[in-house]
Design a protein around this ligand. Structure first.
Ligand code: SF4
Length: 472
């Protein structure tokens, strides 16, 4: 009889963002007040449990194969357990954290531990990952993982696993939380309802990675999962689906059936919800507290330039007011620096926020993610600021780094206007005001706004440093 195979799934922290505020350019100034403040705040943020568990690893660790024992190492909270023996280590690789993932993979392999790499970066750039892995998993791994673990028990792992089709999510795959340590996270109640998006925004990789067809889980499975999760953790639920209202009939039925469970939940939706009145009512009565909506741009030219075609710019304001009037707080995500934007755009954003009383505005700079159409276009137009072949340079940051040259605005003027915009929006007074004004979860809205007050000060500091560095 073979011994049980031990598999560890690893999640790496990002450079900056909700995993902990971190200056990209001044961390080495160990003794400065600035670095001390950042480090202290990073700890507070961790202790405030802003972090949510890595859903993809929860899903994989729930796949049972006889003779295999799986656990999760979340390196936002712990070191890699080198003192234990592992038969296989799986690392989830995102572009921007790929160098860190490759470095860990190389160390593990030098110790004779087999490494499997998977995730968005591996799916899009398999060849760059091959030298660092024994096994690559390309695409959504739900079905492939069982095959891989079965091969592991039989000593017949293949160099790569790939499927020609997306997994059918209607097939029942219960998710377990046994590998998670509850008190590390804001909540462990993460529920995926579906994948895919029918839209084609050119800066987004959701439709590139998960396809244009909406794939939904069976409603019965989700209701069972919510009831089961609630027994272990009474905190808020987070529905992880980019456009939970994309199929209104499905969403209506799902949340109608969830209403008797009396949960409180967050989710992500499109602003079209403001026109889906019956669904909006069902969301509110089923316990929806707050939603993240991708506003992206209020400039029609920018929306057209980046194929953000759902909802017209002129309808956004009414939609946001309608959703807030239903008693749901809103996090609205903007991108400044799109191809139709000018130096007048910041004042339009300010007016929009004040008119709609948006609860948490997220003011992003366009991030050309390798593998998206906008990345290719900016590369062809010679507007990328880092070597396009060094795809790992295109990391996620919190508005802390310019990765491209805006179309209509010189770089230094853009940075100045972006900094002025975030300084105005996230003044302490405005952040407090939004917290008090939120229709739901006031404390969370206030905390987020204050957290952003700090993060955007880091953004201004780092952008200035980048500009000065590039000038030399
Ligand atoms: S930004 Fe949102 S709506 Fe646009 S493609 Fe991505 S997930 Fe879909």
């Amino acid at each position: 009889m073979h011994a049980t195979k031990k598999v560890l799934l690893v999640f790496l922290p990002s450079e900056s963002g909700v995993d902990g505020a971190r200056s990209l350019y001044s961390e080495k100034d160990r003794n400065t007040l600035f670095s001390w403040f950042n480090r202290s705040l990073r700890n507070i943020i961790k202790q405030s449990q802003f972090a949510i568990p890595p859903l993809s690893l929860m899903i994989l660790s729930s796949i049972e194969v006889q003779g295999v024992e799986q656990s999760i190492c979340d390196m936002r909270f712990e070191e890699f357990p080198f003192n234990e023996t592992w038969d296989l280590v799986g690392i989830s690789v995102q572009t921007g954290m790929a160098k860190k993932a490759f470095a860990l993979a190389d160390i593990l392999r030098s110790k004779g531990i087999s490494v499997v790499l998977g995730g968005a970066h591996v799916t899009l750039f398999a060849e760059s990952c091959r030298p660092h892995a024994d096994v690559l998993v390309l695409g959504e791994a739900d079905d492939l993982w069982k095959e891989l673990l079965t091969d592991l028990t039989q000593g017949s792992l293949k160099p790569h696993y790939q499927s020609d089709t997306f997994p059918d999510l209607a097939f029942s795959r219960p998710v377990m939380k046994t590998s998670l340590i509850n008190n590390r996270y804001f909540t462990t109640n993460l529920i995926q309802t579906g994948r895919g998006c029918q839209h084609s925004c050119d800066f987004c990789n959701v439709h590139v990675l998960n396809g244009h067809t909406l794939r939904r889980r069976a409603i019965d499975d989700i209701v069972d999962e919510v009831a089961r999760f609630k027994k272990d953790d009474g905190r808020i639920f987070f529905f992880v689906d980019d456009t939970i209202n994309a199929d209104p009939f499905y969403a209506h039925e799902l949340f109608r059936q969830l209403t008797p469970l009396k949960i409180r939940w967050f989710g992500q939706a499109t602003t079209t919800l403001g026109q889906q009145h019956e669904l909006l009512e069902t969301f509110a009565s089923s316990g929806c507290q707050a939603l993240l909506v991708g506003i992206e741009s209020i400039e029609t030219i920018s929306r057209n330039a980046h194929k953000k075609n759902q909802n017209k710019a002129g309808e956004l304001s009414r939609a946001i007011k309608t959703i807030r009037n239903a008693g749901i707080s809103l996090y609205g995500s903007f991108i400044y620096g799109l191809d139709g934007d000018t130096l007048d755009t910041p004042s339009a954003i300010l007016d929009f926020i004040s008119d709609t009383r948006l609860d948490v505005p997220g003011i992003n700079i366009l991030r050309p993610i390798p593998g998206t159409r906008v990345f290719e276009r900016l590369r062809e137009e010679g507007r990328l600021l880092f070597d396009p072949l060094d795809i790992t340079a295109y990391r996620y940051t919190f508005g802390q780094e310019m990765l491209y040259t805006p179309k209509n605005i010189p770089l230094d003027a853009f940075i100045e206007s972006y900094s002025t915009l975030t300084r105005e929006i996230f003044s302490i007074k405005n952040s407090l005001g939004r917290g008090m004004d939120a229709p739901r979860v006031k404390a969370a809205v206030l905390l987020f706004n204050l957290f952003y007050t700090h993060l955007y000060s880091l953004s201004r500091h780092d952008l200035k440093q980048q500009l000065e560095k590039d000038a030399h």
